[in-house]
Design a protein around this ligand. Structure first.
Ligand SMILES: [Zn+2]
Length: 144
């Protein structure tokens, strides 16, 4: 059986498969569309500024503290023993170890507070300090 031929001499089956193939292929015709406008790009400007930064520092801090000074007071009498008489008017601080009245039986000596001495002691302490530090800051100045 002889099939019907198309006008250009090909069989209808060949023509049909060719047309399907052409449909599957991407079209060679390009539709010209104007390219979309590019997205605006922000313009940034860098500036040098100073910012305050908190830092922790260890510092020596002066601390005043009192030291008591005592005075040896001897009873002024003819019965005063030579040991106590020699100590009359003697002053010492509370940080110096030493003897204190009564020195013996029937001692009439006594201790009086002479004066207060203020001494300085250094204590290490953590403290927050604020320092100025250069830093770059970015700022959007516009679009391009
Ligand atoms: Zn005494």
């Amino acid at each position: 059986m002889i099939g019907r031929l198309t006008t250009d001499g090909r069989s209808p089956a060949t023509v049909r498969s060719a047309s399907i193939r052409s449909l599957r292929q991407p079209s060679r015709v390009r539709i010209h569309t104007p390219s979309p406008a590019p997205d605006p790009v922000p313009v940034w400007e860098r500036k040098l500024t100073t910012e305050r930064v908190a830092i922790r520092v260890r510092e020596a801090e002066e601390v005043l503290y009192p030291v008591r000074w005592y005075r040896w007071i001897t009873a002024a009498a003819e019965r005063t023993c030579p040991e106590c008489g020699g100590l009359a008017g003697h002053t010492w601080s509370e940080q110096q170890p030493g003897s204190s009245p009564p020195l013996h039986v029937n001692c009439r000596c006594r201790v009086a507070l002479d004066h207060l001495e203020w001494r300085v002691r250094y204590v290490a302490r953590w403290r927050t300090r604020w320092i100025a530090q250069p830093a770059w800051s970015w700022q959007r100045t516009g679009w391009e």
